[in-house]
Design a protein. Structure first.
Length: 748
């Protein structure tokens, strides 16, 4: 009897435990789905807010967050759809559809929102250029997930009102995802090139006339060339007229001259962007197209050149990484209004429907999905209205009132289009940092210490107007010279300035090295010269103006030097073919050995402290020429000078790359310091770096430039675009077309 009682009690306990477990399982399923749907929504908000900001924010954090959200967004949405379909499948197998519980019924209403999430925001369609090639895979996903959503809605068709609202969201999601696929396909390599294939009709027509001319002449006809002047719409005159009209109507606190400049840059960029896109398709250009680009570019001042290119690259970014081709059309704008209206209708109707059957968490999530969907669409519409594309359309269509209203909210002058900064990497700074902590030893055991050094010790500096002026002067300053001399500027990679200052015989060896080795040699020399005892702030020049120029030139040289090393370390594929990353790794380890001995070296010179105070005072009183000062780097330079003797060639061979580069870096520094005038010395160094940058930009592939647009932009990409407008790239190979525009054939 006791055994029966005990057995009964045990069975009751087991039954209660199973009920508790079953209830816990149901609770977990409900909250698991809610959590996944909420995560999908959160990822969409992250993408739409950060997708466009990476165009002008160069930080690694925004790339990591955007990359993670982009990879997770599709997977989370598909996973949530799978949970909903499995839930409805289990209910369908066990109970009639009419007895579907309220949670499952409302969960089915969430399914079309997940399809809307798969369509993605307007500000980001692809994370990298390679993602555009996956448009066919997304097409298959669209078919699968649309079918799965329709299945879920069909199985849960119990309340007509809710099903009707779900259908509205389904149609919106289907359109958004289909639009994303179309944009990805249009930006893919093959289709992007095909879309620009017919961009030279006039050249083809001219070639056809020439062929007919030669054929008729060979047949014995009397050929009378009849020259016709080709009259084209003068884009510069049109731009000037539009600027004059809008400037006369402008009533704001913005300086009128600045307003005219940004308008001119905006209209010039819009006129050039259709042609400039072909640079990324590796098309060939004719010299007539170069002349047309120059005529438009020269319509403004030199200060506007980089602004025009900045706007152009921003428009091209939207083609590769956003939904520009679908958004900036009449049909795209109408569809967005229709989608916004349908979601608003769904929110209003659902708000007035009977909701007593549903739990509060489910209702909160449903309202959150509806409200967030409206927010995403309104954010996308605002992004369209405040874009340069719409600004150009409003200007060309003389919608001055609307344009002025938008410009008051977000002025053209204050719009961010790229980071306006350049990466910095110092070999000295990286090598002297102490790495004796447990964390660093752990990284070294994992063989990731070099990678950690790359990311931990890089920095950024603004691209100053002086650097832009230097690059513009190097590219456009010799316009009066013949074309061959102009082309030599981006072939010699420093030989032009050395020849100008009669230094080519002495320093030719430094620019004839492999390009990556040449960068390292000149970088070491620049650091040694900058942190030498004869600093620019201690030079007694005849006038204060010379001192200012020396300080400015030395700072420009240092920043350009560290920028080129940054490219060599972080993005070696952007530089001409070489093994720079391997050489940097070896030199990085070798310099650590040298600088590890600095503790046992002699004490620093007594002038160090006083000089430090002098530099601090100088930087406070003259921020325009603020100097980079680091006592550790100064001491490291002294150690390097003492360790590497440049007066004696210690049988250093080129095979020993590390010692070869360090020896020649110190040797080059000694050669530069032998120049009597500090002004000439730093002028030579800054021009050599500018010519190296121009040379590297001309050799970089268009695809690498396109990749950098999503990382805040690169100064080298802007230099490449400026060179392309001046015909200084390999794309301009089609000569001027023959003068024959029409022929008259007469019989003898």
């Amino acid at each position: 009897m006791l055994t029966i009682v005990v057995t009964g009690l045990v069975l009751m306990r087991v039954r209660r435990l199973s009920e508790v477990l079953s209830s816990s399982s149901d609770v977990w399923k409900q909250w698991e789905l809610r959590g996944v749907v909420f995560s999908s929504l959160a990822l969409q908000i992250i993408l739409i807010c950060l997708g466009n900001r990476r165009k002008y924010v160069p930080g690694a954090w925004i790339r990591v967050v955007t990359w993670s959200a982009y990879l997770l967004a599709d997977s989370v949405a598909i996973f949530a759809l799978g949970i909903i379909s499995n839930m409805i499948g289990e209910i369908k197998a066990n109970e009639p559809v009419s007895k579907m519980d309220p949670h499952t019924e409302l969960s089915a209403f969430w399914a079309p929102f997940l399809l809307l999430h798969l369509g993605g925001p307007d500000t980001i369609s692809a994370y990298a250029v390679e993602d555009n090639e996956l448009w066919l895979r997304h097409s298959l996903t669209l078919v699968n997930q649309t079918g799965l959503t329709i299945y879920v809605m069909g199985m849960a068709w119990t309340r007509p009102i809710l099903s009707f609202l779900a259908t509205l969201i389904l149609l919106s999601g289907f359109y958004k995802y289909g639009e994303r696929i179309w944009v990805l396909r249009a930006a893919s390599n093959e289709h992007f090139k095909d879309s620009l294939a017919e961009s030279q009709p006039s050249q083809k027509y001219s070639n056809k006339i020439v062929e007919e001319f030669e054929l008729k002449s060979a047949e014995g006809y009397n050929i009378v060339p009849h020259q016709v002047l080709e009259v084209q719409d003068d884009a510069t005159i049109a731009i000037d007229n539009v600027i004059t009209d809008l400037s006369s109507q402008k009533k704001s606190s913005i300086n009128n001259q600045q307003y005219k400049r940004i308008l001119g840059a905006l209209l010039a960029a819009r006129s050039l962007v259709d042609t400039s896109q072909r640079l990324f398709a590796d098309h060939l250009f004719s010299l007539e197209e170069r002349d047309t680009c120059l005529s438009i570019l020269r319509s403004g001042s030199h200060e506007e050149y980089f602004k025009v290119i900045e706007i152009e690259l921003g428009l091209i970014y939207d083609v590769f990484y956003a939904k520009a081709k679908a958004v900036y059309t009449s049909w795209g704008f109408i569809c967005r209004l229709a989608i916004s209206f349908s979601i608003c209708v769904a929110l209003v109707v659902f708000s007035f429907s009977d909701k007593r059957r549903y739990s509060n968490p489910d209702l909160c999530l449903t309202f959150l999905l509806l409200g967030a969907a409206i927010f995403l669409e309104l954010y996308a519409l605002s992004h369209i209205l405040f874009s340069d594309q719409v600004a150009c359309w409003l200007i060309n269509n003389k919608k001055s009132a609307i344009f002025d209203f938008i410009n008051r909210i977000q002025p053209l002058l204050k719009r961010c289009r790229w980071s306006n900064s350049m990466g910095q990497y110092s070999l000295m700074s990286c090598s002297i940092k102490k790495r004796g902590s447990c964390w660093w030893r752990f990284l070294k055991q994992l063989h990731v210490d070099e990678m950690a050094s790359k990311f931990l010790y890089q920095g950024r500096k603004d691209v100053t107007k002086y650097i832009r002026e230097l690059i513009l002067w190097k590219i456009t300053g010799d316009e009066a010279n013949d074309e061959q001399k102009l082309l030599s500027l981006w072939i010699d990679r420093g030989g032009h300035v050395l020849s100008t200052h009669n230094l080519l015989d002495r320093l030719k060896w430094s620019i004839e090295l492999d390009f990556d080795m040449s960068i390292l040699v000149w970088h070491i020399a620049t650091e040694l010269c900058y942190f030498s005892h004869s600093r620019p702030d201690s030079i007694q020049e005849q006038d204060r103006n010379s001192q200012t120029h020396v300080k400015r030139y030395s700072l420009m040289s240092l920043h350009l030097s560290r920028y080129m090393l940054h490219l060599l370390v972080m993005y070696p594929s952007m530089l001409p073919v070489g093994i720079g990353s391997i050489r940097f790794r070896d030199i990085y380890k070798e310099t650590q050995k040298y600088f590890a001995m600095r503790e046992s070296a002699s004490e620093r010179p007594a002038h160090g402290h006083n000089k430090s105070e002098q530099m601090r005072n100088d930087s406070e009183t003259d921020p325009g020429t603020r100097r980079e000062y680091d006592p550790e780097i100064e001491e490291a330079c002294d150690v390097l000078r003492s360790q590497v003797k440049t007066k004696f060639n210690l049988s250093v061979t080129k095979e020993d790359k590390v010692k070869y580069v360090m020896f020649n870096g110190c040797r080059l520094a000694s050669e530069m310091e032998s120049i009597s005038s500090e002004l000439i010395k730093w002028d030579v160094i800054r021009q050599v770096w500018a010519e190296m940058l121009i040379y590297a930009a001309s050799k970089c592939k268009a695809r690498d430039h396109a990749q950098q647009l999503r990382r805040g932009g690169e100064l080298m990409s802007h230099v490449w675009f400026l060179m392309a407008h001046y015909g200084l790239t390999d794309h301009f190979q089609i000569p001027h077309a023959p003068a024959i525009a029409e022929i008259i054939v007469k019989s003898w």
